[in-house]
Unconditional design. Structure first.
Length: 94
């Protein structure tokens, strides 16, 4: 039986919404295998001095779970032991 897991992430880019989506998927792909789709849930922009400076998206990324892996055991195990600049976000689930 195939099972797909969906996670929600935020990403941003100074280049635009499409670039923010690409960056979110590329970053997720460093830790998650078998990504199948991305759905943009929310759009937001940062405005400074009357100019848009950052484009933010909230995305839902779906990925196929591997055989023998329950709905998140490996993902949360990696997150719990994560190191580096994204570690706090991984541990908090966001």
């Amino acid at each position: 039986m195939s099972m797909v897991k969906v996670i929600e992430l935020s990403a941003q880019s100074a280049q635009g919404y499409e670039d923010a989506v690409r960056q979110g998927v590329e970053r997720a792909a460093r830790t998650i295998r078998n990504i199948r789709s991305v759905w943009v849930k929310e759009f937001e922009a940062v405005v400074e001095n009357d100019q848009v400076t950052q484009f933010r998206v909230t995305v839902k990324i779906s990925f196929l779970l591997e055989e023998g892996m329950d709905a998140g055991s490996g993902l949360f195990l990696r997150a719990a032991h994560a190191e580096g600049p994204d570690a706090p976000a991984l541990r908090s689930g966001g």
